[in-house]
Ligand binder design. Structure first.
Ligand code: ADP
Ligand code: MG
Ligand code: ZN
Length: 472
């Protein structure tokens, strides 16, 4: 009887080398107040200069979500006081953002749905307040780091849809390589705006904003809690009192939200164009920039051009690192399906805990070498698994060294195989006669005997080939 209405604001920290309005480094985890200069410390007289890389990354995003990229956009001052904001205003974009009217498609319960992206604008991040027992400290390393704030239309109808949207957005941003989008480190943060309304109603009811959610699970839990709280208030007749426009915080231990402060209206920020920055006028060459291949396109290409099945293609595009690994594999002229199997099943099966595809002890070159040896018949697929497990633990050892060390090389040498084949055929002269008089099934028997005599070390393709010629 209620419909859930959700709109998301995502802050993605752009992975430029330097800050958005000065040349300080953006590196994470440094000693406090190391990456600072007169501009990001807000010393009098210092002037901001716009970082071109941040602009390009915003354009990349706009193109990826079919948005309008405004040839002219404007930086505004958003005025408020907070200790981690030394200028007492944040440079942001307001009425003319760089990106507007985009879209993104999500799939929930087999249904495809379009979600509008209202806008994406550039702004600077604030610093960090660190509260200790008797002190509060300020670290301004992050002050001035470029952010892209991406605002969705209030078109999401469940926490599942919200999570699907965020995952899609996250994936697009990673494949564009415009942000590390690391949720733990805070380079991809989400505010969720949540309201409910009677089914069939089209007007928007009072929303609350839940701030700084930093995992997909918490986002889901926070929305679910908030929907429950608002619906219960409606049913109890306390909606007017309980549901007010405000900013709420999510408590990750009790999985509930609580009021943090009343929500500011835009007017309270006294936005005005920053007189220190000219409007941004994009050169045509910027608008013509080509963006990297996106996950959906990659998936389609893997399926159509490489004949990979959908479920496998989905694993391959599950992260930028995964698809890079795969593309580095097939670039070694290997059979694509074989690569999928060795990557998705065998290598992924070994990667656990701290070990992921990003820091895999076996890189694409090495896994490629292994697949090559299997393709060449130097080792069997079964032996390949043993070799992989071995080099996974012993990273300094090459594939060929491991094959030698483990004694897994198949015998492909014709003469050695011939000797055994002669022996088997002699011992089974009666069966040879039967075979020659039409009992084709016996071929498998001969193969089995020869392989057994060879203790599994014979290359089966070779055995087949020589047996065929011997039996005529
Ligand atoms: P603010 O910065 O004041 O939060 P924004 O325009 O940046 O405003 O973001 C507002 C977000 O809230 C958008 O994602 C929008 O879709 C969403 N939103 C607006 N009204 C509602 C509502 N009634 N219920 C849920 N979401 C809403
Ligand atoms: Mg907001
Ligand atoms: Zn600086």
């Amino acid at each position: 009887m209620f419909e859930v209405v959700i709109g998301l604001e995502v802050h993605a920290q752009l992975n430029t080398k330097t800050k958005i309005f000065c040349s300080c480094a953006t590196s994470f985890g440094e000693e406090p107040n190391i990456n600072v200069c007169p501009t990001c410390l807000a010393l009098p007289g210092a002037l901001p200069v716009l970082n071109e890389e941040a602009v390009k990354k915003a354009i990349f995003f706009g193109k990826a979500v079919n948005a309008t990229i405004n040839k002219k956009s404007v930086f505004n001052r958003k005025n408020y006081f907070y200790p981690d904001l030394p200028k007492a205003y944040q440079i942001s974009q307001f009425d003319i953002p760089i990106v507007e009217n985009g879209e993104l498609f999500i799939n929930v319960n087999g249904e495809n749905k379009r979600i509008g992206i209202t806008r994406a604008h550039l702004e600077e991040d604030a610093g960090k307040n660190i509260h200790e027992s008797n002190f509060s400290k300020v670290d301004l390393n992050r002050a001035g780091t470029p952010l892209l704030e991406i605002v969705s239309e209030p078109e999401l109808r469940s926490s599942d849809e919200a999570v699907a949207y965020l995952k899609k957005l996250h994936s697009i941003i990673r494949f564009l390589d415009i942000s590390d989008a690391n949720m733990q480190e805070g380079s991809f943060r989400c505010d969720a705006n949540v309201s409910i309304r009677p089914k069939g109603d089209t007007k928007l009811y009072t929303r609350v904003e839940i701030k700084n959610l930093n995992s997909f699970r918490f986002i889901q839990k926070a929305i679910d809690y908030e929907v429950k709280r608002q619906s219960e208030a409606w049913e109890d007749g306390t909606y007017e009192k309980e549901v007010v426009q405000e900013t709420r915080l999510f408590d990750t231990s009790s999985l509930t939200t609580r009021s943090m402060r009343g929500k500011e209206e835009a007017a309270e920020y006294r936005y005005f164009p920053d007189p220190d920055l000219l409007p941004v006028l994009l050169k045509d060459e910027f608008l013509e920039l080509k963006i990297p291949e996106l996950p959906d396109e990659k998936k389609k290409r893997y399926m159509q051009e490489l004949g990979i099945k959908e479920s496998d293609a989905e694993v391959l595009i599950s992260s930028l690192e995964m698809s890079r690994f795969f593309e580095n594999l097939i670039a070694q002229n290997l059979n694509a399906k074989l690569c999928v199997n060795w990557l998705n099943t065998e290598l992924m099966g070994l990667l656990k805990g701290e070990l992921t595809i990003e820091n895999s002890p076996v890189d694409a070159q090495k896994l490629g070498n292994l697949i090559k040896r299997i393709e060449e018949g130097v080792i069997s697929a079964k032996a390949g698994k043993e070799v992989l497990a071995y080099v996974f633990e012993n990273t300094e050892i090459s594939i060929d060294e491991a094959i030698d060390k483990l004694g897994l090389k198949q015998v492909s040498d014709d003469s050695a195989i011939e000797v055994v084949i002669e022996k088997i055929l002699n011992e089974n002269a009666d069966k040879v006669t039967e075979y020659k008089s039409g009992k084709d099934k016996l071929f498998g028997f001969f193969v089995g005997q020869v392989m057994k005599e060879g203790k599994g070390a014979f290359n089966p393709a070779k055995v087949n080939e020589i047996l065929k010629s011997k039996l005529g």
